[in-house]
Design a protein around this ligand. Structure first.
Ligand code: HEC
Length: 136
């Protein structure tokens, strides 16, 4: 299959899946950010915000916290990259720009409507999933 065919296939699949979202239970695994009664620090706050943004967006169509679906599990992404300021910026840019080639041939869709600030929160949330803390 050529790249374009694959891309169209993934987009079609993503659209189909988001229409029939009743069967999707993935979102539960991302946890309810509101249940964190007292955020210990602003860092935790940012991660809860990032989790909420990921939940609200279409990410769960292709990503699960621990299972590879269409895209890599977000925990695998966290394990691959250290929680550094550069990696937060890099992943935030990738969340907006989409693309392929790092994990395989499958393309991640672009997210031009997500602001850089929101993408940074999402990237921090993803990078926190392997238990790493944001650098001071
Ligand atoms: C259409 C399916 C799809 C959607 C929707 C999607 N992703 Fe992805 N994502 C992928 C694929 C496929 C990859 C692997 C791309 C690659 O190999 O370069 C990926 C990779 C990533 C990576 C790792 C990038 C890297 O450079 O290693 C992050 C972080 C990520 N996605 C976050 C998100 C977030 C946050 C959202 C929601 C705003 C989202 N994704 C929505 C399919 C998707």
């Amino acid at each position: 299959m050529n790249k374009l065919g694959l891309f169209v296939g993934v987009v079609t699949l993503a659209l189909t899946m988001s229409c029939g979202s009743k069967t999707q239970t993935n979102t539960e695994d991302y946890g309810d950010p509101k249940s964190t009664s007292e955020p210990a620090s602003t860092e935790l706050d940012e991660i809860s915000l990032g989790a909420a943004l990921v939940k609200k967006s279409d990410c769960n169509t292709c990503h699960h916290v621990t299972n590879t679906i269409i895209g890599p599990s977000h925990t695998d992404v966290a394990k691959k990259y250290e929680f550094t300021e550069e990696n937060v910026q890099m992943l935030a840019d990738r969340i907006i720009a989409g693309g392929s080639g790092v994990w395989g041939q499958v393309m991640m869709t672009t997210h031009p409507d997500i602001t850089k600030d929101d993408a940074i929160l999402m990237a921090k949330y993803v990078l926190s999933l392997d238990g790493e803390k944001e650098p001071e």
